[in-house]
Write a protein that binds this ligand. Sequence first.
Ligand SMILES: [Zn+2]
Length: 161
Amino acid sequence: MWLLLWLQGLLADVLGCFLSEEPMVERKSTNRIIYHHSLTKDGNATSIGRWHTEHNGWEDIGYHFVILKNGEKQEGRKLSLVGAHAYGKNADSIGVCLIGDFRTEYPTEAQIETCVKLQHALNRYYSKNLSIEFHRDLYSPCPGKMLCRKCFVRRLKEGDI
Ligand SMILES: [Zn+2]
């Protein structure tokens, strides 16, 4: 059962990845931030970038930000460009990936705190309340259920810390 779930998750993620690439162009509008998990226990912007370029054949990492388990925020694709992280939703979104496999582990408090700060910083930068969204769609269970959507949205809307 566990293996089946793992394979299902992997397949969904890989499929989602291949469907996610869009050309590296300037993003015309920014309305939402879409959160992901890396589906890995470890990693960082460099290792994900290597996977996206060497394995997927993309021009650059698909996410705009990567949040490590210790809360460190790393920059990925240039913020002004269209990302490659959520098929059909890349044109007006910013992609943020939290390191971890949230099917089997919880995000760290440090990661959540960094997300709160990042969400508010980006809201200020774009002078609007960017919608808080999860990747979860037809192709991907991302991020896993251990990241509670209701709690996460509430934390991000509570205000700066
Ligand atoms: Zn995702």
